[in-house]
Design a protein around this ligand. Structure first.
Ligand SMILES: C[S@@+](CC[C@H](N)C(=O)[O-])C[C@H]1O[C@@H](n2cnc3c(N)ncnc32)[C@H](O)[C@@H]1O
Length: 326
């Protein structure tokens, strides 16, 4: 997977190439009049450097300069076609003007690079979970009492609003619905559409009295929710799959009201899970208490319960009063 970097005219890049490479993204360079790639296979983003404003790729000047000498597929038409295909594939695209403008300075370059890196991670997450969606819950059919006990610790009451973050097939939805009652709201959010399709197939969609959740495809790093709208967040098995878990904690805090609760849960402890995944449990693991406590505090949460036993991992944190924070 690469970022296709099309140079029409040499100009500054405001550190964009460096920002992409710093995130492990490979930059594949093309310069006129080289032959353009035949398709966008393996391309995850496109940068057009030296693009004149309003041009869809090659400028007229470049077109006329190359007239007669260009190979088929390398001229302005081939370029315009490639860019059209990139737009249709909804690839992140960026045009750099002759002075490097287009990125919006170093911060803009960082933001674009972050977006491309996040897109890659999303694709990997979906590729992993999509084939596992059907039958997801059959793997561990006896876990429901553990989910129930964790949901009970959220302290939800009638009419509250709760989010199941990284809800998968919505295993916790009936428990959250039970806790908030028919007047409450349950939201189920996941990055993998196939998981939510399975949740719907299992009858977990529905509002209020209908006894289910409203599902949304979203990234827990950028939730389409207003500040402070939630009373509680339930996140089972989510954080180990998120590239920037600290940012996830901040985003979950943003959408949770003062005094609201967060449950980070897994139906087995960290050591069992690490063994299951064939990896070592290092001291840097964010979910280890000495790392998690300060990470929660820095994100707007206060840790009130920490359990890491063979049979469950469970953390409860409370949203700090906003007045106490800067
Ligand atoms: C281990 S599964 C847990 C599913 C469910 N909570 C359960 O307990 O059965 C992790 C889920 O998190 C979702 N996920 C991973 N990264 C995410 C992200 N950045 N935003 C939202 N969901 C994400 C995955 O698609 C997957 O459904």
């Amino acid at each position: 997977m690469t970022v296709l970097w099309l140079t029409l005219a040499e100009c500054g890049d405001d550190g964009l190439a460096g920002a992409l490479e710093a995130r492990g993204l490979e930059v594949a360079r093309w310069r006129a009049p080289d032959e353009l790639p035949g398709d966008l296979r393996g391309v995850e983003a496109v940068v057009v450097q030296g693009a004149a404003e309003g041009s869809s790729g090659g400028s007229e000047r470049e077109g006329s300069e190359q007239e007669g000498s260009e190979q088929e597929g390398s001229g302005p038409e081939g370029l315009a076609e490639l860019l059209r295909a990139a737009r249709e594939a909804e690839l992140p695209m960026l045009a750099l003007g002759p002075g490097g403008e287009g990125v919006g300075g170093a911060a803009g370059g960082e933001a674009f690079a972050e977006r491309v890196a996040a897109g890659r991670h999303h694709a990997m997450t979906r590729a992993f979970f999509t084939p596992r969606a059907v039958g997801w819950e059959k793997k561990f059919p006896d876990d429901l009492p553990l989910y129930r006990a964790a949901v009970e610790l959220l302290g939800l009451g009638d009419g509250d609003t709760a989010l199941d973050a990284g809800c998968g097939t919505g295993r916790a939805v009936p428990l959250l619905r039970e806790a908030v009652g028919p007047r409450g709201t349950v939201l189920g959010m996941d990055l993998t559409p196939a998981m939510l399709r399975e949740a719907v197939r299992l009858g977990r969609a529905g509002r209020g009295g209908a006894g289910g959740a409203s599902f949304l495809v979203a990234d827990c790093l950028r939730l389409p929710l207003r500040d402070g709208v939630l009373r509680a967040v339930f996140a089972a098995g989510l954080l180990p799959h998120v590239p920037e878990p600290r940012q996830a904690l901040r985003e979950l805090a943003r959408v949770t009201g003062e005094g609201g609760r967060l449950a980070l849960f897994h139906p087995v402890g960290r050591a069992v899970l690490a063994k299951r995944h064939g990896r070592e449990l290092g001291p840097d693991d964010l979910l280890a208490e000495p790392n998690l406590r300060p990470a929660l505090e820095a994100s707007g949460w206060r840790l009130t319960r920490y359990e890491d036993e063979e049979a469950r991992f469970l953390v409860i944190a409370v949203r700090e009063p906003l007045s106490g924070r800067r």
